[in-house]
Design a protein around this ligand. Sequence first.
Ligand SMILES: [Zn+2]
Ligand SMILES: [Zn+2]
Length: 176
Amino acid sequence: MDLLIFWDDRAPAGIQAALSRELEYILPLDPKVCESHFVVTGYMPARRQTNAAVLLDSLDLYKKRSGVNGPILLVVSEDLCREGDEYLFGLSRHSTGNAVVSTARLGNEYYGYPPDDGDLIDRLVKESAHEVGHLLGLAHCPYPECIMHNPLILEDIMRQKRAFCPACQAQLQRLS
Ligand SMILES: [Zn+2]
Ligand SMILES: [Zn+2]
């Protein structure tokens, strides 16, 4: 099954192929970066953030209209949040097979360090695989090095390995 990767115009350019290649190693899907005309919605001026739940509502609608069936991963640069969450690295909706990840807090520069594409790709790969893991039916995993461990801060993502732990891997095989 294909995993369509929608790359927003404002998301960092030049790392799409790297993300797609890395995800292919981790996930039982064929990632395909494609042109998308999806317009990012959900911006909340007062918070200067984007409501990820509202954004996923629009993505659900877009998907329905365009007749796509498989999972979609949208990559944006907007800082994401949700009611009850100060910020989010990403959000997924299993019922519609749509997920969004944000690069806003994945780059070194957000934390005052020099930018590094290698670091950014590494974190984006893990966060993307995590959200797509949810789309495939996986829940959060207590093992800190597993892709499915719930990352609350950047250090959590940095601690993860680019793989599902044996338990999650086994569950993934049962699900697919
Ligand atoms: Zn999660
Ligand atoms: Zn796990």
